[in-house]
Design a protein around this ligand. Structure first.
Ligand code: ASP
Length: 337
């Protein structure tokens, strides 16, 4: 029987058309993807809708909720075998992380995709990415993920690693779920089991600050920032989660955050690898001051998870457990620091 796919448009370069001055912006966009790429109809029947039309740099957590609700509605509609979401590449990994965590287990594939060059340009990656996204959306892969340059990555593990190459995304700590080569190779052993959709829980608190630790960072700036209404901190620490421990240090910030009930999640600023907070003195002291290990989570997943943790769990113990647990494949269970 012919498959049916819900195609949701949210914006991004794939849909943009350059204005006369060459600037890409969403104002003029390709409304009818099916006219542009009729071959999509040979893969599945398509139900298309426009959720929004934004350069993804303008996306906010409220847009994650809008997109999450639209996906939830599509997956709840009878006869839909999969969902494809066209999205800008700049913040795609944030949205795919947030949507994965917001939805929880999904019964069928939810496939984000986009392009480095607009679909109307001769040398575009949009056609291949869309065709691959449609193909994955028809497979037995109950995951939220991103298709780019012939690979399907888990949505909570992916990151934009290249501003220039067509092969813009990677998933450094978790191999792809599907490789679209001569055949479609599904890594079945890595797939989440999937499951029926829960009702959509939109509780989320966006008052999260991400700080990359660097030599010269003044802890006093952060202490002042804690007065500005920050509710959750994500620290991008060095290597395995190490932090400066001499003199006035980040430890004061973590201790003060803990005193105020502000959770502080530590991830690594390295592209690959996991936090192991027991390894160095600075990280051990950070744990004693109340820091929580983010394991091998990407920054994108850590930000989304922190916002959802703050929205869903008013009590610090439950919030901590949610942050430390592997909820939907976003962190390796063995990588706890
Ligand atoms: N600025 C664009 C966006 O994220 C980039 C892209 O789609 O490649 O919407």
């Amino acid at each position: 029987m012919e498959k049916k796919i819900a195609l949701l448009l949210t914006g991004g370069t794939l849909l943009m058309k350059a204005a006369e001055d060459g600037i890409l912006e969403p104002a003029a966009y390709t409304h009818n993807l099916l006219q542009e790429l009729p071959v999509l109809r040979r893969i599945a029947q398509v139900e298309m809708s426009v959720v929004c039309n934004l350069d993804s740099a303008d996306m906010q957590p409220t847009d994650w909720l809008r997109i999450g609700r639209a996906i939830h509605q599509a997956l709840s509609s009878p006869g839909i075998d999969g969902v494809v979401v066209v999205h800008g590449t700049d913040t795609m990994a944030y949205t795919s992380s947030a949507v994965s965590l917001l939805l929880g287990p999904v019964p069928r594939p939810v496939v984000f995709t986009g392009a480095q060059r607009p679909i109307g340009e001769p040398r575009t990656d949009a056609r291949a990415n869309l065709i691959d996204a449609f193909s994955v959306a028809t497979l037995p892969v109950p995951e939220v993920g991103v298709v780019f340059a012939s690979r399907f990555f888990r949505g909570t593990r992916v990151t934009k690693r290249d501003a220039h190459a067509m092969d813009a995304f990677d998933s450094p700590d978790f191999p792809p779920l599907v490789e679209l080569g001569l055949t479609e190779h599904i890594a079945r052993e890595r797939l989440l089991p999937g499951g029926p959709l829960a009702s959509f829980d939109d509780r989320l608190d966006p008052r999260v600050l991400v700080v990359r630790v660097f030599p010269g960072l003044q802890p006093s700036w952060l202490l002042q920032t804690l007065d500005q209404g920050v509710r959750g901190l994500v620290l991008e620490a060095y290597g395995t989660g190490n932090l400066p421990a001499l003199g006035p240090s980040m430890l004061d910030v973590i201790a003060e955050a803990s005193r105020r009930g502000i959770p502080c999640l530590i991830v690594t600023q390295c592209l690959k690898g996991s936090v192991a907070l027991e390894r160095y003195k600075g990280a051990v002291a950070a744990t004693r001051a109340g820091a929580i290990s983010g394991g091998d989570m990407t920054v994108e997943a850590a930000v989304a998870k922190m916002m959802i943790a703050l929205g869903r769990f008013p009590h610090s113990d439950a919030r901590r457990r949610y942050l430390e647990d592997d909820i939907i494949g976003e962190r390796s269970p063995l990588a706890h620091g």
